[in-house]
Design a protein around this ligand. Sequence first.
Ligand code: ZN
Length: 257
Amino acid sequence: MQLVDVHCHLEDERLYGRLDAVLRDARSAGVAKLLTCAVSPEQWPVSAEMPRCRPEIAFAWGIHPWFVKPEHSTALGRLREAREAGAKAIGEIGLDSKIEAPSMAMQTEFFEAQLGIANELELPVVIHCRGAFNELLASLRRIGTPSAGGMVHAFSGSAQLARDFAKLGLKFSLGRSLTYKRSKKREELMQFIYPDHFLLETDSPDMPPVGADPDTPNEPKNLVLNLRGAAALVGQREEDIARITTRNACALFGFEV
Ligand SMILES: [Zn+2]
C-alpha cells in the first residue's frame, strides 16, 4: 500500500530534530510521499533543503494566516521564486476568523497576494480555513484559482460548501476528523468528495487522530489511522482508498510514487 500525506509540517522542531526516525516510521506504515508546508518565510530555506537527500519529501512555501505580519510583505517577492526553488505548491495560506490577530483585512491582503502568485506560477494552493468560508469563496472568486487547482486542508465545511469550492477547482483533505465519532454531516461530505475530490493528511505534528498517543506529537505514520476512519465512513476497503487518494495527490501535485 502506498499512501501520500498531503499536509504535514516537518519543519516544526517537534519533528525536524528526529526527522530520519519520523520518515522511517512513515515508510514502514506505507507513506510513500509527504508534502511539508512551510508556514512562514523563516522556514522556506529549511523546506527547500529537505528533498535534497530525502526524495520522498516535497514542499510548499507560504505564509500561514497565523504568521501574517507587515514585515513579511517583502517576502512576497521571494515567494515568486517558489517554483524555481522546487516547491510543488503555494501553502499553507488562508483565512482564520477564530484568532484575534492579525486582522481579517490583513489576512485577506496576504492570502490574495499569495493566491495571485500561485496563479502566476501555475502552482496548486494549499489552503487553511477556519470560520471564514464565505470570505474564502469571495477571495477565490475575486482573484481566481490557479490553473493547477488546489486543496482546502482539514476541511470542516458542509457538503454544500464543498460543492461551491469544487466548482472553483479545489479538492479536500481530511485528517483527524476522520477518526471522530460518525456524524451525518461528515457522511454527507464524504459522499460528495469521495472518490474524486478526496485526499488524506495528518497535519503533523498537530491534530493526532483518535487512537494515536495523545502525549506525543502527531506523525505521518498515523496516516493509517485516518485511512481506517475514511474506510469506515465510506464503506470501502482501505486498499482502494489508499490507491484513489494517492492517485488524486499525484494528479494535483505532480508527484510520482
Ligand atoms: Zn497545517
